[in-house]
Write a protein that binds this ligand. Structure first.
Ligand code: 1CP
Length: 358
């Protein structure tokens, strides 16, 4: 397969991009974090045959699962490329395995700050070229139906997985590093930031039309720690991507920052240069709008747990949410990823109700 052809089909539904840029929309755009995932039987079928990271690394498979939710849910206004945030630690030389029912596992996590020196920064982005190939293939196969979102994990979130060796309820090893070795922590965060900037630029060159940065572990940080260990890097990522795209004469794309649990710092997030701020369900839409002002798009934020309610309840909650956010500068989504046992019908009701709401 030749992935070099960048003459992509014309985009027919640009609601998501218009909302991100602050332009008027006919309907509120909607997509769902983890919309390609285990709640879909057709995703399970692909996973029954292929290991998780094999799906990520095989453009035809990554493209197929990216397109699956679009076939089922006609109201979706975006797709997000199927991959994972942990492909970056892999490209830096770390082993990451996906264990069924358990999630990601690093057999050899970072145990000592001296091991930061073993990370292979050089060539990391070229080792991620398969993500670019998947994006390019998907841009062709999606036939301009909706835009394609690229993404990355933010430096603090990636560092947490690299130190903990997987998901962690307490992040206690990571917090220990923040306290004992702040200089080394900043060195690692800066390294990750450099790789992330080039990785995101590569995704845009491959065809990504909007980029989302997942700071999924912000819920472990106080406002002070968020200011020290997250926001400087989030800001560098935004300005770094913008500057390189300018230098290379590539059209700019809007960017979203999603700091889960970062509701205490929306004022700071509003100054990072991102067009869109993602909100988890703990944040009140009206309060959030007051804090960030009128020049930023908000995304979110129904509790994923609400999708276990009755269809009529989901509809009421969704319409209520959309009314609170309003039609201007708003992208409807959940407040975090959809969970594996969610009934498929709930997704239909959620996406349909967003379009009905205003
Ligand atoms: O076996 C499987 O199929 C594993 C389930 C799964 C899926 C479907 C994982 C493992 N990752 C993914 C895909 C994925 N991951 C996407 C795909 C695109 C889409 O949204 O449709 C995206 C955007 C991610 C990003 C991701 N991976 C994040 C950030 C978003 C978030 O949820 O906060 C994080 C934290 C990860 C790590 C990860 N990968 C997988 C799991 C179960 C986890 C979380 C582990 C944990 O902390 O407990």
């Amino acid at each position: 397969m030749d992935f070099s052809n960048k003459q992509f089909p014309l985009l027919k539904n640009d609601r998501l991009l218009r909302a991100a840029r602050g332009q008027e929309v006919d309907k509120v755009p909607v997509w769902v974090m983890r919309q390609a995932g285990r709640y879909l039987p057709e995703f399970q079928a692909v996973r029954a045959k292929h290991d998780f990271f094999t799906v990520c690394r095989t453009p035809e498979l990554a493209c197929e699962v990216t397109l699956q939710p679009l076939r089922r849910f006609e109201h979706l206004d975006a797709s997000i490329i199927f991959s994972d945030i942990l492909v970056i630690p892999q490209a830096l030389g770390m082993t990451v395995e996906m264990h069924p029912g358990k999630g990601p596992v690093f057999p050899n996590p970072l145990q000592d700050v001296s091991e930061i020196n073993n990370l292979k920064e050089e060539g990391a982005v070229s080792r991620l070229s398969y993500v670019g190939d998947a994006i390019t293939l998907t841009r062709h196969k999606i036939e301009g139906k909706v835009p394609l979102i690229g993404f990355t994990g933010a430096p603090f979130t990636l560092m947490g997985y690299m130190i903990e060796g997987g998901g962690s309820k307490t992040m206690s090893k990571t917090k220990d590093w923040l306290e004992k070795y702040p200089k080394d922590v900043h060195r690692l965060l800066a390294l990750l930031t450099r790789v992330i900037i080039n990785y995101l630029v590569m995704q845009v060159e491959s065809g990504a039309q909007l980029l989302q940065v997942f700071e999924s572990s912000a819920d472990h940080l106080t406002r002070e720690q968020f200011i020290e260990f997250s926001t400087p890097y989030l800001k560098d990522i935004r300005s770094g991507v913008k500057n390189i795209l300018n230098e290379k004469n590539i059209e700019q794309v809007p960017m979203t920052v999603f700091a889960k649990g970062g509701g205490h710092s929306l004022d700071i997030q509003a100054d990072l240069g991102y067009e869109t701020i993602g909100l988890d369900w703990t944040v009140d839409p009206i309060e959030a709008r007051k804090i960030v002002g009128e020049n930023i798009t908000l995304q979110g934020n129904l509790d994923p747990q609400d999708l276990y309610k009755r269809p009529d309840e989901i509809k009421t909650l969704t319409i209520d949410m959309v009314k609170k956010f309003g039609k201007h500068r708003y992208i409807a989504n959940l407040g975090h990823g959809i969970t594996p046992q969610t009934p498929i019908e709930s997704m239909t009701v959620f996406t349909e109700s967003v379009h009905e709401a205003v």
